[in-house]
Design a protein around this ligand. Sequence first.
Ligand code: G6P
Ligand code: ZN
Length: 545
Amino acid sequence: MSEHVTNVETQPIPGQKPGTSGLRKKTPVFMQHHYLENFIQSIFDATGGAQGKTYVLGGDGRYFNDRAVQVILRMMAANGARRVIVGQGGLLSTPAASHLIRLNRADGGIILSASHNPGGPDEDFGVKFNIANGGPAPESVTEAIWRASQQITRYRILETHDVDLSSPGRRQLAQMEIDVVDPVADYAALMESLFDFNAIRAMIAGGFRLRFDAMCAVTGPYAVEILENRLGAPRGTVVNRLPLPDFGGLHPDPNPVWAKPLMDELFGANAPDFGAASDGDGDRNMILGRGIYVSPSDSLAVIAANAHLAPGYAKGLAGVARSMPTSQAVDRVAAKLGIDCYETPTGWKFFGNLMDAGRVNLCGEESFGTGSDHIREKDGLWAVLMWLNILAARRESVADILAAHWREFGRNYYSRHDFEGLETQAAETMLADLRDRLARLPGQEIEGMRIAAADDFAYRDPVDGSVTEHQGLRIRFADGARIVMRLSGTGTSGATLRLYLERFVPGPDRLAEDTQEMLAPVVRAAHALAQIEAHLGRSTPDVVT
Ligand code: G6P
Ligand code: ZN
């Protein structure tokens, strides 16, 4: 077998700047000559080289995943990596990859995914780099990768045949060892160590009915193994279970809009007791009960209040964290439990330092992300199992648990309105214009509500002192209502305005109202304050979650 390292001459390609969650582009962009190779070499160059290192590698199976894995393996070998743990078929969910990095004490990992964005020849592809703690690279690292991508002059690659990834086992590529692993096994074992599988199994055997929608993405094999094989749910509980390169044409984003068939089932006649879905790479989750949708922010608060019912969290929580736009429901639980609650910018990477320092062990975001310090990514199936564990322990329905939660803590009515496909310039101008007026807002009345505070969110990491600015405009009202606005950091074309709306009702009255109706005055205030229609020519959102 002849294998030689080639140094390929190349030039910087503009735009290789990782966003909220890795580098995401249209698939044809990634398939351009040198594009993937330049970025991968930049990762190595920015992190002290690959010489002697151990990596984890896998992706969500979207179009180009199979080719990209082979290219990356050849580049890892050419750059002197010692060992790579790669999922069978090149597949790994993001949570499973994070776990494998930690379990194998790897130096880092490369995950191929554009998360919840559609996949296919004309859709999206992405590359994420995770560091040794299993979490997304922090900004200092992503900035260094970007700088390296602007200086690159050559990349190293091995000229050889494809590696056989079709079955588990040890392979060799030049001097590099490759361990092809079952993508599910270690992850499923971790879940068994955290949750009371016996109690969940007994609940299901007792007639509790559930549905999991894998959306033709990577969680199918994980959910089949855990929910059907280990927990005894009937075969067929997991739908859209086969990962497909184009996700079967679905938009693998678990929210009420894109997972509508699941919503319809849970709100229809003969609905099951519980429904859940996950996204392209398995780190997001949506939770439903019979006839009820659990907003991600409420889910985080309920989990915070009940986590001690799961064996892995029986000692109680050290602290919790949420991203700034996430509703303040969890803050109320933390206050009652007497634990710290941190408010971070959008993006899971901001939780890493807090978890490594032992300050928090439960985190969540409004963007359908929930997780704990068992790994350093959010984790869709983890959230599903946490809910099942809570349901098995409390023996109440999802709706009853939510109602009891609101009676105890009050209810933070919450919604996000997205305006997609905007002209970037117009969206930025609108926010800049509002930013300029923020200082004058406190004290003003609008829609019968008094503005108490307004600012442009900046975060100082309490562990390493780093400062991240311009993370969203927030306007707080005296009655606890809140408006937040920011531009999405995960899109691949144009700009998306995210408008986050929140209104607190202490109870006992008005705890079971319609969310959009309750938020209507806050929505009107937001539109008036930011002059959305004047700037964007739009008054209705494309997606409401
Ligand atoms: C990804 C990250 C999340 C983050 C989300 C925000 O999913 O992993 O941590 O909350 O992006 O996306 P946005 O489009 O609002 O920037
Ligand atoms: Zn994802």
